[in-house]
Design a protein around this ligand. Sequence first.
Ligand code: SAM
Length: 305
Amino acid sequence: MNHNSPAEVRAELDRLTVEPKKRWGQNFMVNPRTRRKLIETLEIGDGETVWEIGPGLGALTTELVPRCARLILFEIDYGLIRHLGGEFGDHAHVDIVAGDFLRTWQQAKDDHGAPHRIVGNLPYRSASAIIAALVEHGALPAHAVFTVQKELADRIVAPAGSRNYSSFSVLCQCLSEVRSHGELAPGTFYPAPEVTSTVIGLRPGGAARRVRNRDVLFALIRASFQARRKTLRNNLLAQGGFGLSKADLLDAVEAAGVDAGSRAEELSPATVVRLANALVGSGAAVPPQAPLGAPEEEEGEPESK
Ligand code: SAM
């Protein structure tokens, strides 16, 4: 099919009896230049395995098939999965994993091995949860390139002290190198979404190798951004102080060279990691918690079968 033609995309969706669903972010990329730019940005090397999250009707997939040694497609919509099976089922190096990526990716990693690259025009509503899952589990490959809502991208790349700097910025920047690759107008997609999109790239990096205990780091990020206007001291104490006495907690903050009267939005990712490590050194311990990029609403079971 011609992925550049909104009319053909519409006709194929009608043939599959798939009505584009907002909650699964079903906006299909109809701009060939943008698709090529995304694939170039991914920098696929010889012999590499690529994961595509949300292939939809296969607009990016068509470009990926000849460029990868293995291609794993993760799609939630069974109507689209039928289409993908028809289009790409004959390629021995392509596999389709059906279901919600958040529930399938870890098993897929066990079954097919870790990817070298991940790409996807992500569904807007679960983009932060998908990125958080990969970052928190240390599962980012050499390069991940995603299209996300501009506002989410702005949070991911926001520098410390800026208006958009949030717990999600800290999480992403503590554990990866992030970069914006430019904005996409709504007309890049059919149906056109109501928002502007941004292409972002994530590579392993940041202070990831210096993190002594990821659960303490995540708990620190969560606790320190709990109330943005509160001081670090008050936020940490309000969240239980990591099982430390008040004196030990404040000693650890001081040992990390951090002012307990500062606010989380002033702390750079490197400082947050240093503070988390100081807390670990003082005996802080926390139980594992829900991911920081929790979805805005629960994903349901696949709809169109
Ligand atoms: N890649 C296609 C393109 O660019 O034309 C479609 C992109 S569309 C923005 C998002 C795709 O992700 C849809 O095909 C949707 O069904 C799929 N999707 C939504 N939520 C998903 C999830 N949790 N797991 C896997 N796929 C999902």
